[in-house]
Ligand binder design. Structure first.
Ligand code: SGN
Ligand code: CA
Length: 546
């Protein structure tokens, strides 16, 4: 008979053997070298002024702690610009790495040609699982891109009870668009993807796009916050004809009912002018009751006060910014949930996380909402990228980058070749802290959507680290020149100032160089022809006039 000591020893040896093999077995199942994943989060119209990693006074009163986690873990781009400050064109440029005159998408209402090369399609060909959830807005469906999964908002998307479209058709879903977009993204990550493959997920929110309807839990979030009024809120547009001709002024053009949620009289919940009543009428009775209760007192106070025009303009500014920031609160919460999910599932180390917006936005500068102009607030867009171990935490760069650069950057970071005809540059050297020589020192911009919403004239231009030159054309012919160091508010048009002649000539040459480099055809001075769906932007006569 064996001694009990011997039996105990035998059991111990067996246990050690079993445990070590169990561990080995687990290790064998895990892939040896994993390709990185990509989570590309984008908001619609999110101004850097309202993202606290950028330290603007507005964002100090309405911080975005979760979005800031990406900046804390990675790199913040301080000179990140779009090539055309409008939703559809910006998205088409991000997908292709090409300007609108090359990818065929220059203004809203066109349909993106999904048969052309795009980074999600290239990733899928390399074995990635690809998905897009939320706002798409460059066609009814992502035709031709061949996502493994897509669940997108119809057209511009609705804040409340939005319509989502999938390959199986469309469905109106009770809930709040930002929350649903986050829910569906997390559901795909957890339940719908093939977990043996690397993934690329696009989470594209509608918020804080017009008409800025916050979630019910956020409607009163900033009701007692007084936001700083921009110095240029009462701009007179001296020497800037195109700026004077726009229709995007908070106190003149915002719809008092639809945008500013103002009621007709004390004690009434009826809205003033509401051009698209469906945004409110689609709410359930319970949602609407809670909504009305949240706005009633503030509206009653406004209707009781005997405001002067100036006081009313200032009241409207506060209402606009309060709602704008309150819609961002839900985006911030959603980003937090996604970051938490990635952390809890050990995905953070191997996932590149990007946060950006399809363009910048005016928060009262020059009196405006919306974007489109080549002025700083709409030209600049937030960009934060984290990739632990590869990108230094809490870093920032002032290199001039554009939405044009995202496609080559994603391909480069994920180890794919960058096609020769891509017009953007990979940001990888900047992100990985290499000494970057010969980086671009100026950027090119071109806005086409005129005649169109908000009446912003067609224009193109160039910006370098200090100066900006813009030419407004079509039914106007005006050049503008700004010294951003001396005039960051862009209110002094120096085009006729003889002391700047040398700089203006230099910038005109630079503009011409960029137009040739990017194969921009000469600009045509066509008159007042309406933009129509599907119609190509008329291209361009004999020679560049600059
Ligand atoms: C809608 C908005 C406009 C906005 C465009 C483009 N009006 O038409 O104010 O400029 O979208 O925005 S709305 O009251 O119908 O929302 S973009 O984000 O698609 O470029
Ligand atoms: Ca937009």
């Amino acid at each position: 008979m064996k001694s009990p000591m011997f039996i105990k020893l035998l059991i111990a040896v067996c246990l050690v053997f079993l445990l070590s093999n169990f561990k080995k077995g687990k290790e064998e199942k895990a892939p040896t070298k994993q390709q990185p994943n990509l989570v590309f989060i984008m908001a619609d119209d999110h101004a850097y002024q309202a993202l606290s990693a950028y330290n603007h006074p507005i964002s100090k009163l309405a911080p975005t702690p979760n979005i800031d986690r990406i900046a804390n873990a990675g790199m913040r781009f301080d000179n990140s610009f779009v090539s055309n400050s409008l939703c559809g064109p910006s998205r088409a440029t991000m997908l292709t790495g090409k300007f609108g005159h090359i990818n065929g998408f220059s203004y809203n209402g066109q349909t993106f040609d999904g048969s052309q090369p795009t980074w999600p399609k290239m990733l899928k060909e390399e074995g990635y699982q690809t998905a897009v959830v939320g706002k798409w807005h460059i066609g009814h469906t992502p035709e031709g891109i061949d996502f493994d999964f897509w669940k997108i908002l119809n057209d511009q998307g609705e804040y409340y009870n939005p319509e989502f479209i999938t390959k199986d058709g469309s469905e109106t879903i009770e809930g709040y668009a930002t929350d649903l977009t986050t829910d569906y993204s997390l559901d795909w990550l957890e339940n719908k993807r093939d977990k043996n493959k690397p993934f690329a997920l696009m989470i594209h929110h509608k918020a804080p796009h017009r008409n800025q309807m916050p979630a019910l839990r956020h409607t009163q979030m900033y009701e007692n916050t007084e936001f700083p009024v921009p110095e240029t809120y009462f701009d007179n547009y001296d020497d800037r004809k195109a700026a004077g001709a726009q229709k995007m002024n908070i106190y003149k053009d915002m719809y008092e009912g639809h945008d500013l949620k103002m009621t007709v009289a004390v004690g009434s919940d009826s809205l003033r002018y509401d051009r698209w009543p469906n945004h409110f009428e689609r709410m359930t009775q319970e949602q609407r009751t809670e909504w009305n209760a949240a706005y009633r007192k503030r509206n009653d106070d406004m209707n009781t006060a005997n405001f002067s025009d100036k006081e009313m303009a200032l009241w409207k500014y506060q209402r606009y910014v309060q709602d704008y920031c309150a819609t961002i609160a839900s985006v911030d919460e959603g980003v937090g949930r996604v970051l938490d999910y990635l952390e809890e599932n050990n995905l953070t180390e191997n996932t590149i996380i990007v946060y950006t917006s399809d363009q910048g936005f005016f928060i009262g500068e020059h009196g405006w909402f919306d974007k489109r102009f080549m002025y700083e607030q709409s030209l600049r867009t937030p960009l934060l990228i984290q990739y632990p171990g590869k990108i230094k935490a809490n870093s920032s760069t002032d290199k001039m980058v554009q939405n044009l650069d995202l496609a080559p950057t994603f391909l480069d970071l994920l180890g794919l070749d960058i096609p020769e005809d891509i017009q953007g540059e990979s940001l990888k050297p900047i992100l990985t802290g290499k000494k970057v020589k010969d980086w671009r020192e100026s950027i090119y911009y071109h806005y086409y959507e005129y005649p169109g919403f908000h009446s912003v004239k067609r224009h193109y231009g160039v910006r370098d680290s200090r100066y900006k030159l813009i030419h407004f054309y079509n039914n106007i012919d005006q050049w503008e020149f700004y010294d951003l160091e001396k005039d960051p508010n862009e209110v002094a048009n120096l085009i006729g100032d003889a002391t700047y002649k040398g700089e203006i000539d230099r910038m005109k040459k630079e503009l011409n160089r960029l137009m040739v480099k990017y194969e921009e055809p000469p600009v045509v001075e066509w008159k007042d022809e309406p933009l129509r769906k599907g119609r190509k932007v008329p291209n361009m006569v004999s020679e560049n006039k600059h």
